[in-house]
Design a protein around this ligand. Structure first.
Ligand code: HEC
Ligand code: HEC
Ligand code: HEC
Ligand code: HEC
Ligand code: HEC
Length: 496
């Protein structure tokens, strides 16, 4: 099945056209009645389908043209996405490393296997794949526009012809299959479904895959990862007064990336806890537990040392019984403090999880599943509370101090330290005024050396190429040095 995108391309930009995708005809941005013989408008029950990146290239590559101005969006998104690793996520499955993974795991063809495709492409059901005219749907688009913005068959035409589309209530856009990636919670869920994983979506990197050569999934802070994609959008704060007025947005009262950072920390715990719960549950039925990919990698993978920081730190549970990867439990503390949440509530849930992992080697899967589900439900409620509050300058100042406190109270592992530092950098970037900027920048530089904060993102950098250096950094990481740097940082922050 192909979509009709047959109008001469130039006519779309000229004043008079237009109909591209849907059966509805439009001109000058105003909807017209369907002509005789044309199919009726889609019933709302029609399934939204995926068109692939070609359907977007037409308008979103070369910048403003004709009646399409760049006051709201840049219209160069396709060009940027071509320099973004997501556009080659599928192509990576053709490379030597993927072939090696396939060979070791006895996967006949990694470019055709759902276990890989679900994260490395928009691998949607066959009946939802629609090409544009002259071009079939292509898995080769990798993590394409539709994968993040939603299946576009129903919203494609209205989104550039309907005059009020921009400010249309989100719920109405969503009915057409449009994902609201401006919403921090929805965005975080989307990114984390692939960058942490989701059993329900069939997106899981197993320890077998790691052992066969899949690079370790790093911890993630969504605002930082969004900025590094590289980013193909302007934030609301960069769009200017005309757009601010239309969206009732006040850049002084709303620090959008700060909001994203806080909420994404909570969503990360929920997504990680859900994955843990579903794998532990699967373990019981299919004896697939323990799944080492869910445990703290560096509990097992570290050099033996005489003076180990692990001995100095002590253990969360029983020595020698690895716990879950701990980074999803750190940034969430920021949300807890901001919401004024009773810390004992989450402490209880965490303790239950620690006990479940200590109960027997690799943990008691039933108890792990129960405790993880409990944490997930609790973080869902915290997300709602945090969504309702304001993120302004006083909040940013408080958040930076709280972050430093969180980092100084615990002994954070490498992944957690990185996530917390990324969050610091995002919130700090929105802080105004910046009292001792020079000092802060210099400490952040030392933190960069300690943690290798820069991602190998963008098509010009290589994840596997930088892995050697990355693993060295992890091996040299010292949580006490990290803590000392954070202490210095906290001394530079404004005190209200
Ligand atoms: C015929 C031209 C055209 C095509 C084809 C097109 N777009 Fe757009 N798109 C636009 C224009 C123009 C805007 C800005 C609308 C405005 O100014 O309100 C826009 C806005 C958007 C926005 C922001 C909308 C919002 O509500 O926040 C997204 C996201 C988007 N496009 C994604 C896509 C994707 C994904 C595709 C391919 C499936 C696509 N577009 C295809 C012209 C197009
Ligand atoms: C849960 C989602 C998920 C699944 C399932 C998955 N991957 Fe990945 N893969 C990723 C992410 C995310 C990255 C980027 C990791 C990073 O940021 O360092 C990646 C990176 C890679 C890389 C390195 C890419 C590069 O740029 O060099 C290869 C190769 C790879 N994956 C192959 C595979 C193969 C083969 C499979 C199936 C056996 C698979 N992946 C399954 C999410 C996934
Ligand atoms: C990995 C996910 C991802 C992919 C792939 C992706 N986008 Fe986006 N897109 C986002 C996010 C996140 C935003 C930011 C929303 C915000 O905060 O304003 C965004 C914003 C946009 C906007 C709004 C720009 C603005 O300035 O407000 C447009 C238009 C858009 N994307 C088009 C595209 C097109 C076209 C493609 C494919 C060529 C694409 N996107 C691929 C995640 C993605
Ligand atoms: C409970 C202990 C344990 C945990 C936790 C664990 N692994 Fe492993 N890992 C192993 C064992 C055992 C092997 C197999 C070594 C062999 O066969 O030589 C292995 C092998 C590997 C290998 C490939 C072989 C090598 O020695 O380099 C990689 C890469 C790897 N693991 C990554 C990870 C990552 C990433 C995590 C965390 C998400 C993780 N592991 C968690 C025990 C563990
Ligand atoms: C459908 C799965 C999927 C979704 C959804 C997704 N990603 Fe990715 N992402 C990947 C894969 C796979 C890679 C690795 C691609 C490669 O190396 O070729 C990747 C790579 C990246 C990288 C480069 C990583 C590195 O270590 O340098 C960043 C940054 C990133 N994604 C951010 C995001 C953000 C932000 C979102 C949400 C707006 C998002 N991703 C949504 C699958 C996904």
């Amino acid at each position: 099945m192909r979509l009709r995108l047959s109008i001469a391309r130039s006519s779309i930009f000229a004043a008079g056209l237009v109909a591209v995708a849907g059966p509805l005809l439009y001109s000058n941005g105003r909807a017209q009645q369907p002509q005789a013989g044309k199919p009726a408008p889609p019933a709302s029950t029609e399934k939204a389908k995926y068109l692939g990146a070609d359907a977007c290239q037409l308008c979103h590559e070369t910048g403003p043209r004709g009646r399409f101005k760049d006051d709201f969006v840049r219209l160069t998104e396709y060009k940027t996405w071509k320099t973004d690793k997501h556009s080659q996520a599928y192509a990576k499955l053709n490379e030597a490393r993927s072939k090696q993974i396939g060979m070791l795991l006895k996967i006949a063809d990694v470019t055709k296997d759902d276990r890989c495709l679900n994260c490395h492409a928009a691998n949607v059901p066959l009946d939802l794949r629609v090409g544009t005219e002259g071009q079939a749907y292509r898995l080769e688009d990798g993590v394409s526009c539709d994968a993040c913005h939603g299946p576009s068959s129903l919203w494609l035409t209205p989104h550039f012809t309907e005059p009020g589309w921009r400010t249309k209530p989100t719920a109405e856009k969503q009915k057409l299959g449009f994902y609201d990636v401006r919403d921090p919670v929805e965005r975080s869920q989307l990114c984390l479904s692939c960058h942490v994983g989701s059993m329900a979506d069939g997106k899981v990197v197993t320890h077998d895959m790691y052992a066969a050569g899949h690079p370790p999934l790093p911890s993630i802070e969504v605002a930082t990862f969004s900025d590094s994609m590289p980013r193909h959008w302007r934030y609301m704060k960069e769009k200017g007064p005309k757009i601010w007025a239309a969206f009732h947005y006040d850049p002084k009262k709303e620090l959008e990336q700060t909001r994203l950072t806080v909420l994404s920390g909570v969503v990360a715990l929920r997504v990680a806890a859900n994955l843990l719960a579903s794998q532990a549950r699967k373990g019981r039925q299919e004896s697939g537990w323990p799944e080492f990919a869910q445990l703290d990698c560096y509990a097992c993978h570290h050099d033996l040392k005489v003076e180990s920081w692990r001995l100095k730190r002590g253990y969360m549970g029983m020595p020698g019984r690895p716990q879950m990867r701990s980074w999803p439990l750190e940034l969430v503390k920021l949300g807890i403090r901001l919401a004024g949440e009773e810390p004992t509530r989450v402490k209880q849930a965490e303790d239950a999880l620690t006990m479940a992992f200590s109960a027997q080697p690799f943990g008691d899967p039933e108890k792990i599943a129960a405790a993880a589900s409990d944490l997930s439900a609790w973080s869902q409620r915290l997300t709602q509370r945090l969504g309702a509050r304001q993120y302004d300058q006083p909040a940013a100042r408080k958040l930076l101090r709280e972050l430093c406190a969180i980092a100084q109270e615990g002994v954070l592992d490498y992944d957690s330290a990185r996530q917390v530092t990324w969050a610091f950098k995002i919130i700090y970037s929105e802080l105004e005024p910046k009292a001792r900027d020079k000092e802060v920048r210099s400490i952040l530089k030392s933190l960069d050396t300690e943690l290798k904060l820069e991602l190998p993102s963008g098509t010009d950098k290589s994840i596997l190429g930088e892995l050697t250096q990355g693993l060295k950094t992890i091996n040299h990481y010292d949580p006490y040095r990290f803590r000392a740097l954070i202490e210095e940082l906290s001394r530079q922050l404004p005190q209200d």
